[in-house]
Write a protein that binds this ligand. Structure first.
Ligand code: NAP
Length: 266
């Protein structure tokens, strides 16, 4: 049995993760980390019922990690606290599976160093949806043939970070195949700032935020007389949970940081 703590259980992703852990035979939810409701039980909160939700809620991560015997922390919070939770979990020998997006390169480097020192695993995945991973892989492949590409990522309007972690990861994978170059007309000028989107090594990333959306991305390649569009849509947060489940299992056998679900899938 793998004992799991979930940080951010009242959030949209956190709720889906609580349900996934409770339904998985090999996992046991042992506590949750929240920024309110410390001292209560998860089953006291609206929307969480049943015996499997009868677990303590902690507001203080140190107290939680010290008191509860856990193997894995699933973090689905915000970049600032997610980073703190992840470092603290590692220092207590608890393996983090992090869905929280917005970690900087420095954060990742700190975590890489810490996992090496501790010799325990950590998985950080900007996107846990298998379809999104395939979209990224296909985009990387297409970049061998198309050097001109723009990424459109579309999310709900409560998302804190832009561009999305998935868009950044896609751009990084494409850049492994693409020779860096500035796209568009050499003399192009923005008459309204931001019109051409964010610049990643000369390719452009556009972030759309609207109510009604969940998580969607298009990668559009352009060549002479043709375009190629790759698109992935997450219509439900359940789309992310099979990736979280695989990560919880896999992180138990790792001794280092893995960034990106594509690195643990065949
Ligand atoms: P959300 O609904 O806003 O949930 C975030 C939760 O974290 C909220 O319940 C918030 O509490 C809680 N929180 C904030 N500070 C906390 C703290 N100190 N301790 C414990 N909990 C704390 O957001 P979401 O849509 O679930 O997304 C959560 C994260 O997952 C974001 O970073 C998002 O970008 C990311 N995400 C990742 C994937 C993936 O596949 N990797 C997919 C979708 C989303 P309050 O309600 O009190 O503010």
């Amino acid at each position: 049995m793998i004992n799991v703590i979930i940080a951010g259980p009242r959030g949209k992703m956190g709720r889906a993760a609580v349900q996934m852990v409770q339904e998985a035979e090999r996992f046991q939810l042992v506590a949750v980390l929240d920024r309110k409701n410390g001292g209560k039980r998860l089953s006291d909160l609206e929307g969480f019922s049943g015996e499997k939700s009868d677990v303590p809620i902690y507001e203080d991560h140190e107290e939680c990690f010290k008191t509860v015997k856990a193997d894995v922390l699933i973090d689905l919070t915000t970049p600032e606290v997610g980073r703190i939770h992840t470092l603290a979990a590692l220092s207590h020998g608890i393996r983090p599976v992090v869905g929280t997006t917005g970690f900087s390169d420095e954060d990742l480097e700190d975590l890489r160093t810490m996992t090496r020192e501790k010799g325990i695993g950590c998985i950080i995945a900007p996107n846990f949806a298998i379809g999104a991973i395939l979209m990224m892989k296909f985009a990387q492949n297409a970049a061998k043939y198309f050097g001109d590409v723009e990424i459109l990522e579309m999310h709900h309007d409560q998302k804190l970070d832009a561009p999305s972690g998935t868009a950044i990861k896609t751009a990084q994978l494409i850049s492994e195949e693409r020779t860096e170059k500035k796209q568009g007309h050499l003399k192009e000028k923005e008459t309204i700032e931001g019109a051409r989107g964010a610049d990643f090594e000369g390719m452009r990333i556009h972030s759309i935020r609207l109510p009604g959306l969940i998580a969607h991305q298009e990668v559009i390649f352009g060549g002479e007389g043709q375009t190629l569009t790759l698109r992935h849509d997450s219509y439900d947060r359940k789309s992310f949970m099979s990736g979280v489940r695989v990560s919880v299992d896999t992180v138990m056998n790792l001794d280092h940081l893995v960034y990106g679900l594509e690195n643990i899938l065949d």
